[in-house]
Design a protein around this ligand. Structure first.
Ligand code: ADE
Length: 242
């Protein structure tokens, strides 16, 4: 998968993307990340990316023009790479914004199927509405709170999607049996020692009986979801039907 990120702070991504699973994914050639400074797509000498809102009001808005130029340039380069004019078909253009659809594992799974994502990080008090209306395919939020910009949200999205790219995680099942994959939280896990100051692990896990362990884990998944995130259970019942 290729991910192109349009931002006025390309540097903030580098430390995170150079570590851990994202670094490994890039090394394996499973993930390619392009960082694009929005200011490189301005035409004025001040490299201006924001302006005052029409009709007045507080604050500045990110301008449509440089964003449009950046997206066009990235799409054009992608189609050249693929030697086809049809780059848009497998490309999804996303605006990170608190007004977007809330990211969850189901949406992450859908996004992981694309060959190419273009992530646009909003900043300041907002973005010219024509970006959301005309330029992007989807607006995504990472939760009901307001960040100073879309950069952290883009990092969250890339991290979550990257884990689902085939061949990125070592064990082929390791992303399947975990929290949210079927809208249930993961069952509890323990490692050595089996008894630490009287805090003992559940006996069944020492039994060697795989059938029993499997049953216990499923029950625990349900119990923990009921206890910690009962809201997920309603969704779990309809999972796969939507
Ligand atoms: N930009 C500002 N707040 C955001 C949020 N919650 N999700 C995505 N992008 C944002």
């Amino acid at each position: 998968m290729r991910v192109d990120i349009i931002t006025i702070f390309p540097e903030v991504f580098k430390p995170y993307f150079e570590e851990s699973i994202i670094r490994i994914a890039q090394k394996k050639g499973k993930l390619k990340i392009g960082l694009h400074n929005l200011r490189d797509y301005t035409l004025d000498k001040h490299r201006k990316v924001d302006d005052r809102p029409f009709g007045g009001g507080q604050g500045m808005l990110m301008m449509l023009e440089p964003i449009s130029r950046a997206v066009e340039d990235i799409v054009r380069r992608a189609s050249k790479r693929r030697k086809t004019q049809d780059a848009r078909r497998k490309t999804k253009i996303i605006l990170l914004s608190p007004q977007g659809k809330t990211l969850n594992q189901r949406l992450v799974e859908k996004l992981a199927k694309y060959k190419h994502l273009i992530l646009l990080c909003g900043r300041y008090e907002g973005v010219d509405e024509r970006v959301a209306d005309e330029l992007v395919d989807e607006e995504i939020s990472i939760g009901d709170y307001v960040l100073s910009g879309g950069e952290l949200a883009a990092m969250v999205l890339v991290d979550a999607v990257n884990r689902l790219i085939p061949g990125v995680l070592g064990h082929k099942d390791s992303s399947r049996f975990e929290s949210f994959s079927d809208n249930l939280l993961e069952y509890p896990q323990y490692t050595r020692p089996a008894d630490f100051r009287g805090m003992r692990i559940p006996q069944v896990l020492l039994s060697g009986n795989h059938k029993k362990i499997k049953e216990w884990r499923r029950k625990e998944s349900l119990r923990i979801t009921e206890k910690k995130r009962p809201d997920l259970l309603n969704e779990a019942r309809t999972y796969g039907t939507k």
